[in-house]
Design a protein around this ligand. Structure first.
Ligand SMILES: N[C@@H](CCC(=O)N[C@@H](CS)C(=O)NCC(=O)O)C(=O)O
Length: 214
């Protein structure tokens, strides 16, 4: 058995943050497939009692420890490995600030938008999609501005803030119906920088469950 197990599935940008971190730090890890769309395992009493009371993916298992919330998982892995760790109090708080903003408003909107547009059957109501798209345009431009004069979100090297923010940003443009990299030049350059890190892999190559059965 690998040292770390990650409950995940390929379409989850939330889980991708943790999977990417594990790969980038060279951890001995294995994915545990959650059949999110087929059986809806995350909604079962067994999952909520035994794996995650919040009914969410990702979940990281490390020995007797079971961690949920990607921001918590990233923090744990950074502290253990010493990699992608923000340095000093100011950087730590700054990274936390971006991780919270991301969870709520960047990938926190992108994930549901992509789900409702591309995965849900039937798809979400157009008014809901329009509302989310407005929020997404706003927060992606905030991220793009942040990256105008810096290589990474916090400090001069990549940290867990960057690994949180990339969550859904490598998924194909067709799934969103708009091209994030083409529309936001600073984000595009930053995404390529993260992509060049040794151990980077695309979410569909890193986690099980792609493609979805028809
Ligand atoms: N803030 C959480 C978000 C996790 C999340 O929403 N995961 C989705 C899968 S991509 C999920 O499990 N959703 C189930 C639900 O909302 O009921 C994190 O970053 O770990």
């Amino acid at each position: 058995m690998a040292e770390y197990q990650l409950y995940c599935f390929a379409q989850s940008g939330n889980a991708y943050r943790a999977a990417l971190m594990l790969n980038l730090i060279g951890a001995d890890w294995e994915p545990l497939f959650v059949d999110f769309f087929g059986k809806g395992v995350q909604r079962t009493a067994e999952y909520r009692t035994g794996i995650n009371e919040m009914g969410e993916v990702p979940v990281l298992v490390h020995g007797t420890k079971k961690l949920t919330q990607s921001g918590v998982i990233l923090t744990y892995l950074a502290e253990r490995s010493g990699k992608f760790l923000p340095r000093g109090e100011d950087e730590r708080l700054e990274a936390l600030r971006w991780i919270i903003f991301d969870n709520q408003k960047v990938n926190g909107y992108l994930g549901p938008y992509r789900f409702l547009r591309f995965l849900a059957k039937p798809p979400g109501h157009p008014a809901v999609l329009e509302f989310l798209k407005g929020r997404i345009d706003n927060t992606l431009s905030i991220l793009n501005n942040r990256l105008a004069d810096r290589s990474y979100l916090v400090g001069s090297t990549p940290t867990i803030a960057d690994l949180s923010l990339v969550a859904y940003l490598y998924y194909p443009a067709e799934e969103f119906g708009f091209d994030i990299a083409a529309d936001h030049k600073n984000i595009a350059v930053w995404l390529n920088r993260i992509k060049a890190l040794p151990g980077w892999a695309h979410p569909y190559d890193l986690m099980p469950g792609y493609p979805l059965p028809q």
